[in-house]
Design a protein around this ligand. Structure first.
Ligand code: SF4
Length: 324
């Protein structure tokens, strides 16, 4: 039997940790458990996590995704808030309508909400370092009365920022930012306003930090890098930027193997792969499988940290599950 042309060798460096973080696992488990405990439908405000594959799988099991509570009819079915967190007005509206809420906001986002609240209570103007329009930023800004939080997105914003009173100033950050960009912005704020108060331990979460660290190790060693994740996933976008800055000439963000433009990957001998915190491992495997059909793939894992973080399900769900 004639054999086909030999496949070219490809070294795949797989970043570790990658993919799901504890907050995402908890959010997805909340929807799945709620479907089991209460039966479908279960309403979910906003994509539970920013990943189409995850959202479609949950939709197929009976989850109904809405952007606003006004889309939820009068119902006794649970309404789940996504991992990104919500402005205060949302639980207030839910309470006014007697909706049964399960809050899957990541505890590390809730921690930032509480910090912002405490600063505000102590009379400090709050600077939020983050990206305008991201649901987490909308949720964090919405913890305080309108106008109490000033958003700083870039170093230029930090350089131009004019506080009401430099002696009464605090900052918090979005959890999924670039560690390096944020540190430059925070340094600028501290240099300009030495009295500014910040978190004891930074707000960028462990999962964001670890995934960026792993990419920094892999990116300089490979010809190309794939970040598995969605375009609206903040931490995935940051991983692509981190790869580029760490010296990878060609970094792309992809959702599925079907999105691969093979012209992009013609003559490579090495490929780095990571996944954003909302991307399931099955999609990483799918992409490695697609490369294995065209290349003689040899996979090596490059580890930057061990993770053992676990967040329990929202309390009402735990209690109802235990009572079953
Ligand atoms: Fe929580 Fe961080 Fe995961 Fe966001 S990325 S859900 S803050 S652990």
């Amino acid at each position: 039997m004639a054999s086909g042309p030999a496949r070219p060798p490809l070294k795949v460096l797989l970043c570790s940790p990658r993919g799901f973080c504890a907050g995402v696992v908890r959010a997805i488990d909340s929807v799945e458990r709620a479907l089991t405990v209460y039966g479908p439908p279960v309403y979910v405000r906003h994509e539970i996590v920013h990943n189409r594959y995850v959202v479609e799988s949950l939709r197929a099991k009976g989850a109904i995704f809405v952007e606003e509570l006004s889309e939820v009819p009068a119902t006794s079915a649970p309404v789940i808030f996504s991992a990104h967190g919500v402005p205060r007005s949302v639980p207030e509206e839910a309470q006014g309508r007697n909706l049964f809420v399960l809050d899957a906001t990541c505890p590390l986002v809730t921690k930032v909400h509480r910090e912002a609240e405490i600063h505000h209570r102590r009379g400090r103007e709050v600077v939020l370092v983050g990206h305008a329009g991201h649901p987490e930023v909308i949720g964090t800004m919405g913890q305080l009365p309108a106008g109490s939080v000033s958003l700083v997105e870039t170093l230029a914003d930090a350089q131009a920022f004019a506080p009401r009173d430099p002696a009464q100033l605090a900052y918090v950050t979005q959890t999924t930012l670039s560690v390096d960009d944020t540190s430059a912005i925070v340094e600028c704020l501290k240099a300009r306003f030495p009295a500014i108060v910040g978190p004891h331990k930074e707000d960028i979460c462990y999962a964001t930090t670890n995934r960026q660290d792993a990419v920094k190790r892999v990116a300089p060693r490979v010809d190309a890098m794939i970040v598995v994740g969605a375009p609206n996933s903040s931490n995935s976008q940051r991983l692509k930027e981190v790869a580029e800055r760490a010296g990878c000439r060609h970094a792309v963000l992809l959702q599925r193997a079907g999105d691969i433009d093979w012209n992009d990957f013609g003559a490579i001998g090495s490929l780095g792969i990571t996944a954003g915190a909302s991307a399931p491992e099955i999609l990483v495997e799918e992409i490695i499988g697609a490369f294995a059909e065209r290349y003689d793939v040899n996979v090596e894992t490059v580890s930057a940290a061990e993770e053992a973080v676990f967040f329990p399900l929202p309390r009402p769900l735990r209690e109802d599950q235990a009572a079953e």
